[in-house]
Design a protein around this ligand. Structure first.
Ligand code: LER
Ligand code: MN
Length: 290
């Protein structure tokens, strides 16, 4: 498993991002000891993909994943909106994320299943369709339709699309790992997988470790933050146990820190590395000798 840090390429109101100066942060991320970076991108049309890939390659900093939630937060794009025009715009935006991910796939060290494009808040809210189970069913149908062209693009670009279970206070659609696994299995596309986020799982799962084990066959990427969304080690999650569960389940992708910039951006990054690096070494060593 390798460590990455979430960096926003532009200004954002989303709080759980340790660094938000984009291009200018990349050198800092590499210097702080991360193996890769995850980029939060509102609109890929505003990103010079070739220059970004060149910069990351020059720093030896592969791109693990692209976050897309800012397109929802700042522009209201939603893959499950009752308005067909908004769904189309969200789907088209996600295809642009896929195209950018495909360019960044060229940077050495990309995940084995390709740079992962995350479907987080961009999934929208099921209650916009209807209340309760009927709304969730309708939202799933719309999601499936909106993802069709996106998944074809992911196939062509050899990158992944990964759905993230998000806690109930942020969305009413796909809160648990089991709900996401069920949708992923019903859609059944080889480019479609799951992103686990320890912050959300701490709220929604009976057991974080059991949730990770159940999701393991589809697991493509992991967000790490502690119980209070501060850096790992600054809350009460047991990361030694979480990393062991991931290792035992055969996960060998990135652990991407999506944390509040507390106490400062740089401290959040340092605390993540100092807490997780020794644990990762320990977990790998235990695995090697067992
Ligand atoms: C995104 O990765 C996330 O975790 C959400 O809380 C917001 O999109
Ligand atoms: Mn997340």
């Amino acid at each position: 498993m390798r460590l990455s840090l979430v960096v926003s390429l532009g200004a954002t109101t989303f709080e759980a991002v340790a660094m938000r100066e984009g291009f200018a942060d990349l050198e800092r991320v590499a210097a702080l000891g991360f193996d890769g970076v995850e980029l939060a991108v509102r609109d890929p049309a505003e990103v010079e993909g070739a220059a970004l890939a060149e910069r990351c390659a020059g720093l030896g900093l592969p791109v693990a994943a692209l976050g897309t939630g800012q397109a929802y937060l700042h522009e209201g794009l939603s893959l499950t909106s009752p308005a067909a025009g908004i769904r189309r715009a969200a789907s088209e935006r996600l295809r642009q994320h896929i195209r950018l991910a495909s360019m960044l796939n060229e940077v050495r060290g990309a995940p084995s299943s390709g740079v992962q494009v995350i479907v987080g808040l961009l999934r929208g809210q099921a209650a916009e369709a209807a209340a309760g189970a009927a709304g969730r069913e309708q939202a799933e149908g719309r999601l499936r339709e909106a993802l069709e062209a996106v998944l074809a693009e992911a196939d062509a670009g050899e990158v992944g699309l990964a759905i993230e279970p998000i806690n109930r206070y942020e969305t009413d659609f796909l809160n648990t790992a089991a709900e996401c696994v069920a949708v992923i299995e019903r859609i059944g596309h080889r480019r479609l997988g799951l992103v686990a986020d320890t912050f959300h799982m701490n709220i929604e799962e009976v057991s974080i470790e059991a949730g990770l084990r159940a999701a393991a066959p589809h697991l493509r990427h992991v967000h790490v933050a502690d119980s209070n969304r501060r850096p790992p080690g600054q809350g009460h999650l047991d990361f030694r146990s979480i990393l062991s569960a991931l290792r035992d389940a055969g996960y060998d992708g990135y652990l991407s820190a999506e944390t509040l910039p507390l106490p400062t951006s740089e401290d959040a990054a340092r605390l993540t590395v100092s807490h997780l690096r020794p644990m990762l070494a320990e977990v790998e060593e235990r695995r090697r000798i067992s």
